[in-house]
Ligand binder design. Structure first.
Ligand code: PLP
Length: 418
């Protein structure tokens, strides 16, 4: 892409942006939380909408000059409501973490009990983990997954909920390879009088495309980022029934935030329009088909997949049987052009900064148009690099060869927006 004004005004940053464009083009991105936005979404984020302050909501603002911004935000809200089938949507949260904080502000007092999945099991920091404000200022109760199945144990969730009576229960997370049972969570929340918050940050695009069940009708409030499988700009949304609309809006503004990022709001609107197409439905189903193909390839090569496989876009694997840690594996794979992240696995015996696993996902490679055949090739490359690393033989040669082959593949599948 050309950035003429940027190159003239700030060659240093322009060159770094160009370098990142080249890196993204020439990498097989397997980071489960990332994606490539369309050129249309990119263009919307780079507009003069960034110049405007618009604290408040459409029709009730604190600054003049909202003739256009009100329309843009209304379009985004209406598209979110239509796409997900919800009664209320707030498109202003700056990102997923502030969106979740708004849930606390709307439904809890400091010190109240919140239940969520523990971080080492795949939960998010903002679901009450100890280093997060949500774990410091509230009383967290955590559920995990069963050691034998790698899946959420709904009996444990029910027992903990009955014992601790949380005011809010979060379901969803960052490293969950399996379908989230929203009806079961809703039943438990109802029994203990808790608000059920479904955090669909990772799977929003799959839900929009009909490739994962929807929490609508089960969760009281739904939180999502817009930049993961939903393929929008970095941002977030909160959705709910009409009953909770006022509480959610008040929590976001003036509770936590000032002016919304209007250029982001416009880009969210564009992404929601794209996500309502048949093409996007096909994309969402292909993301899952690709993850299943990659999981099968890896399992057939002796990789230990948490829960034995995947229902969604994400694979979590424990490299212990392969004899390497997650961090050195992720670093070697990155040097081979295969971008992943090291990740804790359930019941990990290693430290969080040097855990046993890696997490991989198929949203980005699917956005490039890759299919099952490419997934099997990627699975083979992962195996070759990890095996060379474990055996400490031909590591550099393997990385160089795989990177060469990765470059041939990425050249055949250009990334959207690049
Ligand atoms: C990514 C994610 C978030 C946080 O989003 P940020 O935009 O990084 O703040 C929250 N919850 C879940 C489950 C996530 O995966």
């Amino acid at each position: 892409m050309t950035h003429d004004a940027l190159a003239a005004a700030d060659p240093q940053i322009a060159e770094l942006v160009a370098a990142e464009e080249r890196r993204q083009a020439d990498t097989v991105k397997l980071i489960a939380s990332e994606n490539y936005v369309s050129k249309a979404v990119l263009e919307a984020t780079g507009t003069v909408l960034t110049n405007k302050y618009s604290e408040g909501y459409a029709g009730k603002r604190y600054y003049e000059g909202q003739q256009v911004i009100d329309q843009i935000e209304t379009v985004a809200v209406e598209r979110a409501k239509a796409l997900f089938g919800v009664e209320h949507a707030n498109v202003q949260p700056y990102s997923g973490s502030p969106a979740n904080l708004a849930i606390y502000l709307a439904f809890l007092q400091p010190g109240d009990t919140v239940m969520g999945m523990g971080l080492p099991f795949g939960g998010h920091l903002t679901h009450g983990w100890s280093v997060s404000a949500t774990g410091k200022w509230f009383t967290p109760v955590r559920y995990g997954v069963r050691k034998d199945t790698g899946r959420v144990d709904m009996d444990e969730v029910r027992d903990l909920a009955r014992e601790h009576r949380p005011k809010v229960i979060f379901c969803g997370g960052t490293a969950i390879p399996r379908t989230i049972d929203f009806p079961a969570f809703a039943e438990i929340a109802r029994e203990v009088g808790a608000v059920l918050a479904a955090d669909i940050a990772h799977i929003a695009g799959l839900i929009a495309g009909g490739a994962h069940p929807s929490p609508v009708g089960h969760a009281d409030v739904i939180s999502t980022t817009t930049h993961k499988t939903l393929r929008g700009p970095r941002g977030a949304m909160l959705m709910s029934t009409a009953e909770h609309a006022a509480a959610i809006n008040k929590a976001v503004f003036p509770g936590l935030q000032g002016g919304p990022h209007n250029h982001t709001t416009a880009a969210i609107a564009v992404a929601l329009k794209e996500a309502s197409t048949d093409e996007f439905k096909a994309y969402a189903h292909q993301v899952v088909a690709n993850a299943k193909a990659l999981a099968e390839e890896l399992a057939s090569r002796g990789f230990d997949l948490v829960s034995g496989g995947t229902d969604n876009h994400l694979i979590l694997m424990d490299l212990t049987p392969k004899g390497v840690g997650g961090k050195p594996a992720a670093q070697a794979l990155d040097r081979a052009g295969l971008e992943t992240n090291y990740n804790a696995v359930p019941y990990d015996t290693r430290k969080p900064f040097d855990p046993s696993g890696i997490r991989i996902g198929t949203p980005s490679v699917t956005s490039r148009g890759m299919g099952e055949a490419e997934m099997r090739q990627i699975g083979a490359w992962i195996d070759e690099v990890v095996t060379a690393l474990a055996k400490e033989s031909d590591v550099e040669e393997t990385i160089a060869r795989v990177h060469g082959e990765v470059s041939e593949l990425t050249a055949r599948f250009p990334a959207p927006g690049l």
